[in-house]
Design a protein around this ligand. Structure first.
Ligand code: GLN
Length: 319
């Protein structure tokens, strides 16, 4: 999902208990201050990072530097932190204070059941996109050798979630960006998902002559003059993954126009989009001959995914 349609869901506040900032004590020979300990560093960072997520973000960044899991914190709050690690933590904090998304600083983001590598070449997967995965799965019977395409795969989020849930399916993931595809391919490897292949090119260009049971996509859909593009995480994400013409629908029009040539009879097209685009997209789907056209809502009750199927002649949509 993209923030033009509601932003990331807020997480419950994670402000920790009040911690006491102690002045550094000179336990070592003169001129060498005692290294700050974990709790001190976190308390200090939490006061500097804005928002209710500040404390949680500070933990994530420090754990990244220390190469530890979160559970480690509980028993090690008073462990000293070496100067080189303090410096590395400060460098990450500075980037975060300059607005860089936490997911890029960590180089990863959780999506569905998967821990995914992300980079500035890829969109950061959003929890809202899991609705698209759920809707696709209800249309992909288990243990069936179906063919699925994910257009504009980015980090591979949608393709890899579907491939992991439907090991019998063959999933093809496309992207215009070679750099994004390299990240997606590493994610497939990391999760040992052998039923996904990757192709470089715009929308259907690398799929000429092939047909699929289901096509899923979270394309760029923000209007090119939308002020959200200059705010928050979006400033750091690839512009080509976000914006799509004056009404945000340029890419979606292409995807709908080209779908009939790429879907098997009775196949489904599922498109993620902005909260105010459902009606326009349903009209485009109907004009292109789709049936069972509908828009589904995300957890915030906003339009999020529109879908439809191209029926086989004389028979109904499957399943
Ligand atoms: N499919 C990827 C995701 O949902 C990338 C989408 C995009 O780059 N617009 O995260």
């Amino acid at each position: 999902m993209l923030p033009v349609a509601g932003g990331r869901r807020a997480h419950p506040g994670r402000r920790g208990r009040c911690t006491t900032l102690r002045a550094p004590m000179l336990l070592r020979p003169a001129m060498t201050a005692t290294p700050p300990h974990v709790r001190q560093l976190l308390a200090d960072a939490a006061t500097r990072l804005p928002g209710v997520e500040g404390r949680h973000e500070a933990e994530l960044l420090l754990l990244q530097v220390l190469e530890r899991e979160r559970s480690w914190l509980f028993a090690h709050a008073t462990d000293p932190v070496e100067p080189a690690q303090v410096a590395a933590f400060e460098a990450l904090l500075a980037k975060r204070l300059a607005g860089e998304p936490v997911a890029y600083l960590l180089g990863r983001r959780g999506f569905w059941t998967l821990d995914l590598e992300v980079s500035p070449a890829t969109l950061i997967p959003r929890p809202e996109t899991e609705l698209l995965v759920e809707l696709a799965l209800t249309r992909l019977p288990e243990a069936t050798a179906l063919r699925v395409a994910d257009l504009g795969t980015g980090s591979g989020a949608i393709a890899l979630a579907l491939a992991s849930e439907r090991p019998q399916a063959q999933v093809v993931a496309t992207d215009l960006s070679e750099a994004a595809l390299a990240v997606a391919a590493r994610n497939a490897q990391r999760h040992a998902l052998g039923n996904v292949s990757f192709r470089q090119g715009a929308w259907y260009a690398p799929l000429t002559g092939e047909r699929f049971d289901l096509i899923a996509t979270n394309p760029p859909y923000i209007a090119s003059d939308d002020p959200h593009l200059a705010q928050g995480d979006l400033r750091f994400e690839p512009a080509t993954a976000l914006a799509s013409g004056l009404d945000g629908l340029d890419d979606i029009r292409q995807i709908i126009d080209g779908a009939a040539a790429q879907l098997l009879p009775g196949g489904w097209l599922l498109i993620e989009h902005g909260w105010d685009q459902g009606e326009a997209i349903r009209a485009l789907l109907r004009d292109a001959g789709f049936q069972s056209v509908a828009t589904e809502h995300d957890l915030e009750q906003r339009d999020r995914v529109s879908l439809g199927c191209l029926p086989a002649r004389l028979s109904a949509c499957r399943p």
